[in-house]
Write a protein that binds this ligand. Structure first.
Ligand SMILES: *Cc1c(COP(=O)(O)O)cnc(C)c1O
Length: 430
């Protein structure tokens, strides 16, 4: 496989872009090779600038649940673009988008659009603080909620991939208002509420952790968080930036039947364009300006191109639960295939999967249900498998601590190629 054009492009990019990339995990740093520069993508396939073709399991880190360059989404974007790309004034499609979200996500009565998942979570905690009059928040080690200052404390995703869970530039005053509990450990949450009685505005959680690799919530974890927050007068925020519209039409809250006070959304909601949103009970959302005193704004929020792409995507997903059944069936095949590869070759591997989110952890612990257990993984082994898979035409996340995403565009053939490439890659570890 020839990737010299990508390597050359990376060298040029590094001269004018910090690290050569606009988001850190893209740099392939933890897998020890140069990143691929992409020229185009269609359906489940993606092409680099050396004209290599891959089956894509990154899916732009989640958004492309229907595959790349979906015809209906493209048509919607083109039609919108011809009428102008931004007005800074209300449009009908914003209300339509809000109605669509309210009809799909069970706990959302009102919703505000922003431009990224990061903006959604930053705004959600400001709102929670405004609503409760309290200052502290609880997050979980290894969960990632975007790059807002308050969340770069034991953060997941690129931050753990690069070994930077806490970032310089976050003031100690900001850091002290973020308390960290352990995922799937309700006692650690109760302990913090006991220590900081009456001071905690909200608990924010990924209902399925996806940024330290996939970690499903234990049976009573989400219900337990609902119970504790209710009792303590704090809000529960589900960060559904990955799980929203991926685990079901109504996201993780519908999948597990636990309702948060505020939900943050991103990724899929933009249909591949930059969009985020946060929503919840009307009495909470109505505290936002211009209705209430909590300020939050955005010049390009509710942008007509982004709304057209996102709304088209959501409408397709809302047509039938058959899409989710199909995703589940394909993902189950992947899980079974990877498991049997590892068993045949006697390679210790823990596979976590919820719906179409999958991570294979290279670890010999029995299960991975916490950040500490995820950290036992051998990231070097992952890097080897990543590189070998790439050579066999499989594009996966360049990090052990991310998800493999199955999209509706993946075919049975794509899945079989993934499993056989994985087998070759595992054989190479011997
Ligand atoms: C990706 C992600 C974010 C941040 O979204 P951006 O659009 O990258 O700012 C927040 N929370 C979770 C759970 C995510 O996976």
């Amino acid at each position: 496989m020839q990737t010299s054009n990508s390597s050359k492009a990376f060298k040029e990019a590094k001269k004018v872009i910090p690290g050569g990339v606009n988001s850190p995990v893209r740099a392939f740093k933890s897998v020890g090779c140069d990143p691929l520069f992409i020229q185009r993508a269609k359906g489940s396939h993606i092409w680099d600038i050396d004209d290599n073709e891959y089956i894509d399991f990154v899916s732009s880190w989640g958004p492309m649940i229907l595959g790349h360059a979906h015809d209906d989404v493209l048509r919607a974007i083109n039609r919108a673009a011809e009428k102008g790309t931004s007005y800074g004034a209300p449009t009908l499609i914003e209300t339509e988008m809000a109605q669509q979200i309210v009809s799909m996500v069970p706990s959302i009565e009102k919703v505000r659009m922003v431009n990224s998942g990061t903006e959604a979570t930053m705004s959600a905690i400001r709102l929670a603080r405004g609503f409760t009059g309290r200052e502290k928040i609880i997050k979980f080690a290894g969960c990632y909620h975007g790059h807002g200052d308050s969340f770069l404390i034991k953060a997941g995703s690129g931050a753990i991939t690069l070994g930077l869970p806490d970032s310089p530039g976050v003031t100690k005053y900001t850091a002290k208002d973020t308390l960290t509990a352990n995922y799937n450990d309700l006692d650690s949450v109760e302990e913090l509420f006991k220590q900081q009685k009456g001071q905690i505005a909200a608990v924010i959680v990924e209902p399925v952790a996806g940024n330290m690799g996939v970690i499903p919530p234990n049976k009573n974890f989400l219900k337990g968080l609902r119970g504790i927050t209710k009792q303590e007068g704090a809000l529960l925020i589900f960060d559904e930036v990955i799980t929203g519209f991926r685990l079901s039409q109504g996201g993780a809250q519908q999948y597990f039947n636990v309702m948060p006070d505020i939900t943050t959304l991103g990724k899929i909601i933009g249909g591949g364009l930059p969009v985020g949103a946060y929503g919840g009970r009307a009495e909470i959302m109505d505290l936002l300006a211009p209705n209430g005193p909590v300020y939050q704004a955005g010049t390009l929020s509710g942008n007509p191109l982004a709304m057209s792409a996102g709304l088209t995507m959501l409408k397709i997903l809302n047509q039938s639960t058959a899409i989710y059944d199909e995703l589940e069936a394909m993902a189950a095949k992947v899980e079974a295939g990877l498991k049997s590869n590892a068993a045949d070759l006697n390679i210790p591997l823990v596979i976590n999967r919820v719906g179409s989110m999958i991570t294979a952890f290279f670890t010999s612990v029995e299960k991975v249900s916490s950040f500490d257990e995820a950290m036992t993984s051998d990231a070097k082994r992952y890097a080897k498998v990543f590189k070998a898979s790439l050579k066999n035409g499989i594009y996966m996340a360049p990090s052990q601590f991310e998800c493999l995403f199955i999209s509706y565009a993946h075919t049975t053939d794509d899945i079989e190629q993934l499993i056989s490439a994985n087998r070759l890659a595992l054989e190479g570890l011997k």
